[in-house]
Ligand binder design. Structure first.
Ligand code: PEP
Length: 257
């Protein structure tokens, strides 16, 4: 049984995407393990591909680093060839699972309803979902950022009680910033985080938005992390490319405090 998720913790999570074999992942986790003596304040999670979970979990044993999956199926079990359930992730040592990453929403056709089902499936199976939301470049340029964020948050959180909502993490990831080298400014990210919190207040319960950790994701690197983390609105980061090397990921972790 996982310890209860604290109120609005600082979290830096690495999303390795489709990179690193089991042995490469174990080596990267081993390098990070050696750095944990520096005892960072932020919680840290690694989300390797499914095939590397066991090896990374073994390499992280005895460290405070946490493990996460990158996706799960909404059903608990059954005839779903090629899919992975939340209970399988939990049994593999995962604390977290990413749901609604833009590469799945926009590249693999996941819609709001499916992301909402995955959030609930993750909680059913004892995982803390990292719920990704964010607008595309076309939506931002069309002045539709607010509409998109409100719709995505509403779809996931409507009907959740406050305890269930509090046991999630949100990652605001503008799609135009993911893997592009274009990072949202701290002010742009903070505006979106405020809107997400206000939506949670309306959809779940007044005041709830202030209790949920909202990470920023999109081209975070060691050079821009500190300025993002200086904003009170930004509780950490979901990091793709820069999480694939121990030194760059650790500099982001260190910037989080
Ligand atoms: C991500 O994959 O969630 C991400 C933010 O990627 P990158 O840091 O490479 O933009």
């Amino acid at each position: 049984m996982n310890a209860p998720w604290p109120r609005r913790p600082r979290l830096v999570a690495g999303n390795w995407k489709m990179n690193r074999t089991a042995s490469e992942g174990a080596a990267l986790a081993g390098e990070l393990r050696a750095l944990t003596a520096a005892a960072p304040r932020a919680r840290i999670a690694l989300c390797p591909p499914f095939t590397a979970l066991a090896a990374v979990n073994a390499a992280l044993a005895g460290t405070p680093l946490l493990l996460g999956g990158q996706n799960l199926h909404a059903e608990a079990a059954g005839a779903w060839t090629g899919e992975i359930s939340g209970s399988m992730l939990a049994a593999a040592g995962c604390r977290f699972v990413i749901v609604g990453h833009s590469e799945r929403r926009h590249g693999l056709g996941e819609d709001d309803a499916l992301v909402a089902r995955k959030l609930k499936a993750a909680q059913r199976d004892g995982l803390t979902p990292i719920v990704c939301v964010g607008e595309t470049l076309l939506e931002r340029e069309g002045d539709r950022t607010a509409e998109v964020l409100v719709r995505q948050v509403r779809a996931c959180y409507e009907g959740l009680d406050a305890d269930a909502a509090r046991a999630t993490v949100i990652a605001y990831e503008p799609v135009w910033a993911i893997g592009t080298g274009k990072v949202a400014s701290p002010a742009e990210a903070a505006d979106s985080h405020r809107l997400i919190r206000a939506t949670l207040d309306r959809v779940v319960r007044p005041g709830l938005g202030a209790e949920i950790a909202i990470l920023y994701g999109g081209s975070v690197n060691p050079g821009n992390a500190a300025s993002l983390f200086a904003s009170d609105e930004i509780d950490g980061a979901l990091v793709g490319g820069a999480s694939l090397e121990a030194a760059s990921f650790w500099r982001i972790v260190a910037a989080a405090g």
